[in-house]
Each structure stands twice: as structure tokens, then as C-alpha cells.
Design a binder for this molecule. Sequence first.
Ligand SMILES: CC(C)(COP(=O)(O)OP(=O)(O)OC[C@H]1O[C@@H](n2cnc3c(N)ncnc32)[C@H](O)[C@@H]1OP(=O)(O)O)[C@@H](O)C(=O)NCCC(=O)NCCS
Length: 178
Amino acid sequence: MEIRNATASDVSAIVAVDHVAADDIHRRQNIHDWVTASHAIIATTENVVVGYSVLEYNFFGCGFVPMLLVTKEYRRKGVATALLTHLEERCRTEKLFTSTNQSNKPMQALMKRLCYERSGTIYNLDDGDPELFYIKRFQRTQKEKKFPCTMNGLKVLNPNGKRSTDSMNALHEDRGAW
Ligand SMILES: CC(C)(COP(=O)(O)OP(=O)(O)OC[C@H]1O[C@@H](n2cnc3c(N)ncnc32)[C@H](O)[C@@H]1OP(=O)(O)O)[C@@H](O)C(=O)NCCC(=O)NCCS
């Protein structure tokens, strides 16, 4: 199995494995946007896409995984574990969040297996099926610890309490494009 960044040429294969995308133009648009923004990764076996996931930083400035999906035939083979582990290594914030519906027992089992902690519940997104949030915390280097999550992804403060986009750019360069 290979994990790599998704590119424009992977979009149709991702749409094909995501059963929701077939009937949902918004999901197809999301996939296009995630790939265009270089936020999506894919898992392939023999060059066939068997799963994908996405890492963004639009959740109070913290890493957030809004999508993780493995095609049915390849479930329980460690694909989601490989995808999430990859994103954990790339995540540039101290906290990585994700969420799933209360009805989604496989995802909850995966969260438990990968040592994510519960981090609250939001009601009323899907009627009758609350959204459970999860967090994983990372021990970062001293330099990275200067950049905790904030209420606004743009308001990253340096140790003097001043906004520091230069420092944030340097951090990005340290950890690659992500
Ligand atoms: C949830 C999902 C991503 C898991 O993917 P996966 O590749 O099957 O997960 P893994 O093989 O890495 O599972 C690792 C561990 O998680 C737990 N787990 C995963 N799926 C499970 C299931 N259906 N039942 C019980 N435990 C499960 C197990 O502990 C498993 O280890 P094991 O197989 O050695 O027992 C997959 O079922 C899926 O794509 N579901 C549809 C989309 C979805 O719900 N996405 C998440 C919310 S956005």
C-alpha cells in the first residue's frame, strides 16, 4: 500500500470510491477543492485508490480531519490507520481534531484503537445523530510549541504576544508544504 498526496488526476478515482459523491454534487465539489488545495491524501494498492483522507486547519486554527474513507473491500486491513498516521505526522499543530456521527461505530472503534480522546459532542448537525469530536495531542519541539491553536487560524502569536506570520511561514517550511 502507498500513501501519497492526491493530485488532479486522482479526483475521478476518489469520487469513484466515495459512495456519497456519486449522488452528491457538494461532495464532488469538496473533493475537487481538497485536492486543488493539496489537502487530500490517498491510499493506493497496485495503483488503485482504496481510500482517502483530508487534513485542514480551519477548525479554530487546529488540524482537523474532515474526511476519512476506505472502500468497502479494503476495510479492516489497516488502510485508515495508515492514512490517519500519515496525517498525524504532517499535522503542524499540537492538537489534531476529527469527528464522526454517534451512529458510526467503526469510526469510534478506530478512534479508540488509535488512542484519540473524546472531545465533546455537537447536537443538531444531523438530526437525531449527534457529532462526536475527538482529539489527539502531540508532543512538539520547543519551536513548534510556540504555535498553539487559536480562535482564529490567522492570529498565531509569537512568544511576545505579537502576530507572527513570518515565524509561521518558517514553521511551514520546517514541516513541508503542509
Ligand atoms: C471507519 C473506516 C474509515 C475504518 O477504515 P479501516 O481501513 O477499515 O480501518 P482499519 O483497518 O485501519 O482499522 C483499525 C482498527 O480500528 C477498529 N475498527 C475499524 N473498523 C471497525 C469495525 N467495523 N468494527 C470494529 N472495529 C473496527 C479495529 O480496532 C481495527 O483494528 P483490527 O482490524 O485489527 O481489529 C471505514 O470503515 C470507512 O471508510 N467507513 C465509511 C466512512 C466513514 O465512516 N468515515 C469516518 C467518518 S468521516
